[in-house]
Design a protein around this ligand. Structure first.
Ligand code: ZN
Length: 629
């Protein structure tokens, strides 16, 4: 595996035809965006085209100074955002999304926070409406005319959540996470604005101008299911201040930290073409880097996790090389793979140019000091072994990390390059990332072993959910309509990706790959929904994509199409492999129980979920009915 992995990282690994402009080619554009060298050659022009802009100077542009302190457990920011009104209508209130307040809005106290202290427009302080914790509206008097570009001054700041010191322990996470999977509130920010176990994460920690659909701003309420944030590509220019020794890595091009005096460091960063901003900081980074074609890939891990960090680097390089070769080149010139203290069952979180990978995936579970690990270890002894956790558990974590890294890197293509509304159409990017991760792992391990690893990470979500009594339902719907994270994981991450496996079997791999490549190129930097993406695949040569898409994404044939049985035998084989599954099944048969009983015992039953009723009115809308004549 190691040797195979290294192939992707070798300096001569090719990313297909070089995309640099030939000498004597077209002159450089008159206006170059700050941080535009984060974009691969040709991508700035592709972005302008895909987003329907008349030039890069219409991109939303944040210029921010941010101070981030692990000592105070706080951050503060000030600066401006320049925004062009491309909605076609006058805008009298500009919505700013304050995503880190999602847990507070959902009723979960104690999370990180983001407060907008002040906003100015055209140099004057203006009224800010605050309808709810995740939304502020800057009142524009006079309204912003169509085509007008305005600069909004911002002053903001907030708290970092203090995460459990065991935030990166597999056992502490697994047993603490179960309740959270059932509840749509528990850890809905995944620790994305927090500090714990030596790592500070500040994701989406600034007032973000809402994306628009035509002239309607998209400002949905948080649901606690799925991704917190998404947006159109923008430009960021930052000066980040930290206490000396706290080293920041962002999803932009970062300069080396400069000493400012008074025990403070300044890090300058800039990047064009990113959909969000994330800062990760630690006093204890081990950094390794490699080149894949023209892309610099860096892995950042705590020094105690340096060995796993080096593996994550190889895995990211291999995925980047595979997907660039099979589909279309990676759109940026840098990729950061960063260990982070994530909670709530998240294995990783994607941002343009940077992926967060949960710390527990870097640790050997056998070295865990959690009491749960001790208990499991004792149970292992009772089972007849010599006691202690079996060595396979370390291999299991390593293979899970390999898949998570591949999944997060795959997100650079979807929703990085091809945009998707994470709240309305999660079916676009998550199943694509699962399928592409499977392909990358197949490339590494061989078709059969790679498919087995894919199924262990993908299909298992749906298989276990069904054994616990979860209902098979449509997958192409907004995150708000999912009753729990478990249901969401089962349908969107577990079932929906098999549309692509199905198409691969029907059309052949070469034809499906060509269709995915064509659809990605045709939809680059646009925002597509489920139907639009299936249509793009179909017109790029994936015949039947829409019809099969209806079956996999709108209907409920999962058990039949994925050959799952109600007794749980298929799930058992997925988890343990053929041989051990037979043994487990035999011991359950001796007790007169089907294997499904094991999963029901392990899972502890399905959480209460809300019914799925498209079109049902909200309580506020129901009350409004009384006011109608
Ligand atoms: Zn994902």
């Amino acid at each position: 595996v190691l040797a195979l992995l290294l192939v992707g990282c070798s300096p001569e690994a090719s990313l297909g035809p070089a995309a640099t402009a030939a000498p004597g080619g077209p002159a450089a554009p008159a206006w170059s965006a700050p941080g535009d060298s984060l974009l691969a050659p040709g991508q700035l022009a592709a972005m302008v085209r895909g987003m329907g802009l008349s030039g890069p100077e219409e991109l939303t542009h944040y210029t921010l100074d941010i101070s981030l302190s692990d000592v105070a457990g706080e951050y503060q920011g000030e600066g401006t955002v320049a925004w062009t009104n491309l909605t076609g209508a006058p805008v009298s209130a500009l919505p700013l999304l304050l995503h880190p307040n999602a847990p507070a809005e959902l009723g979960a106290p104690g999370a990180g926070s983001l407060a907008l202290h002040e906003a100015t427009v055209r140099g004057r302080a203006v009224t800010v409406e605050r309808p709810r914790p995740t939304l502020a509206r800057v009142v524009m008097e006079p309204p912003v005319a169509p085509g007008e570009r305005i600069e909004v001054g911002l002053r903001f700041g907030g708290r970092l959540k203090l995460l459990d010191a065991q935030a990166n322990d597999l056992f502490a996470q697994a047993f603490g996470g179960m309740g959270q999977l059932g509840s749509p509130v528990g850890a809905s920010d995944y620790g994305l604005l927090g500090q714990g176990d030596g790592i500070v994460t500040a994701a989406s920690a600034y007032p973000m101008i809402a994306p628009f659909d035509g002239d309607s701003p998209l400002e949905p309420r948080p649901t606690g299911v799925g991704d917190l944030a998404w947006n159109e590509a923008a430009i960021f220019e930052l000066r980040v201040l930290t206490p000396e020794g706290l080293r920041v890595v962002s999803n932009l091009l970062d300069a080396e930290p400069e000493a400012l005096g008074s025990g403070t460091w300044l890090t300058r960063s800039a990047g064009a073409g990113v959909r969000d901003l994330v800062l990760v900081a630690s006093r204890d980074w081990a950094v390794e880097s490699a080149q894949v074609g023209g892309v610099t890939v860096r892995s950042w891990a705590l020094s105690q996790d340096a060995a796993a960090g080096a593996k994550a680097l190889e895995e990211a390089c291999a995925t980047l090389a595979t997907l660039s070769r099979l589909y279309t080149p990676y759109p940026f010139t840098e990729l950061e793979v960063v260990e982070a203290s994530l909670i709530g069952g998240a294995g990783g979180v994607e941002f343009s140019g940077l992926t967060l990978i949960a710390g527990f995936l870097y640790r050997d579970p056998r070295r865990s000091r959690s009491p749960m690990a001790g208990l499991m270890s004792l149970l292992g002894g009772i089972g007849g072994g010599g006691g202690g956790l079996p060595p396979e558990i370390a291999e299991l974590t390593a293979s899970q990390r390999r898949f998570v890294v591949a999944h997060e890197v795959a997100h650079q293509w979807s929703p990085g390059l091809v945009g998707a509304d994470a709240h309305r159409s999660p079916v676009v990017d998550e199943p694509m990332a699962q399928y592409l991760a499977g392909r990358a792992v197949q490339e590494l391990l061989g078709d059969e072993a790679g498919a087995a690893e894919r199924d262990r990470n993908v299909l298992i979500n749906f298989a276990l959910y069904r054994l616990m009594g979860g209902e098979d339902r449509a997958t192409d719907r907004p995150t708000a309509s999912f009753g729990s994270s478990l249901e969401y994981a089962a349908l969107v991450y577990g079932k929906a990706p098999y549309l692509y496996v199905d198409l691969e079997e029907r059309l052949g791999r070469a034809r499906l790959d060509a269709a995915i490549r064509g659809a990605m190129q045709a939809s680059a930097w646009e925002v597509v929904d489920g139907e639009g993406w299936l249509a793009a695949l179909e017109s790029a040569g994936a015949s039947g994509a829409r019809e099969r898409g209806r079956r996999w994404w709108q209907e409920a044939h999962g058990d039949e199409d994925l050959a799952l049985d109600p007794e749980g035998r298929a799930a058992l084989r997925l988890l343990f492999g053929e041989e051990m599954a037979a043994q487990v099944e035999a011991s359950f048969a001796a007790l007169g129980m089907p294997p499904a009983a094991l999963f029901q015992m392990m899972g502890g039953g399905l959480p209460t979920t809300r019914p799925y009723a498209p079109g049902a009115l909200s309580p506020a809308e129901m009350l409004e009915l009384l006011d109608e004549p």
